[in-house]
Design a protein around this ligand. Structure first.
Ligand code: DQA
Length: 140
């Protein structure tokens, strides 16, 4: 069975409540149940933290044994050299995802420290960004 780790960064624990006009009405926990039904043959593990170091610890923990990581770094995307270094330090491919189309938003969201360390990026498809990333990993 292939193993994929989904990692959500800061404030993504509030999906469903947080800025619903941008991020929708669904909690990630509810969406995860749908994802698990879509990929019954794949082990999907989920981790969320609001803390940069905890995200790095999880990347390192799974980064040599899983088949892929789907990472929504939240606002750390635009600030974190440390998370970019963690991605470069592991062997497992990482797909960067964003729910919103960050390129249609404020200028500070247009730059990602993570993108060039990642295998690819999926941006702007709502929660479906995560499914698209899993599909991509399963095709590697
Ligand atoms: C986000 C976009 C980021 O700019 C923002 O800070 C988030 C969510 C997204 O999924 O659209 O927290 O990563």
């Amino acid at each position: 069975m292939k193993k994929i780790q989904i990692i959500n960064g800061p404030n993504l624990n509030l999906l469903g409540k947080r800025e619903p006009s941008v991020y929708g009405n669904q909690s990630f926990e509810t969406y995860l149940e749908e994802l698990k039904l879509l990929f019954p043959e794949t082990q999907l593990d989920y981790f969320q933290s609001n803390t940069e170091g905890s995200l790095i610890d999880k990347i390192q923990e799974v980064g040599f044994s899983y088949d892929g990581i789907v990472l929504n770094g939240g606002a750390y995307t635009h600030t974190s050299i440390a998370i970019a270094d963690a991605i470069r330090s592991i062997s497992v491919p990482v797909i960067e995802v964003h729910i919103s189309n960050v390129f249609k938003r404020e200028d500070f969201r247009h730059h990602s420290y993570l993108s060039d360390a990642c295998k690819g990026c999926i941006v702007g498809f709502g929660m479906d960004s995560y499914r698209l990333a899993i599909d991509a990993i399963l095709k590697f």
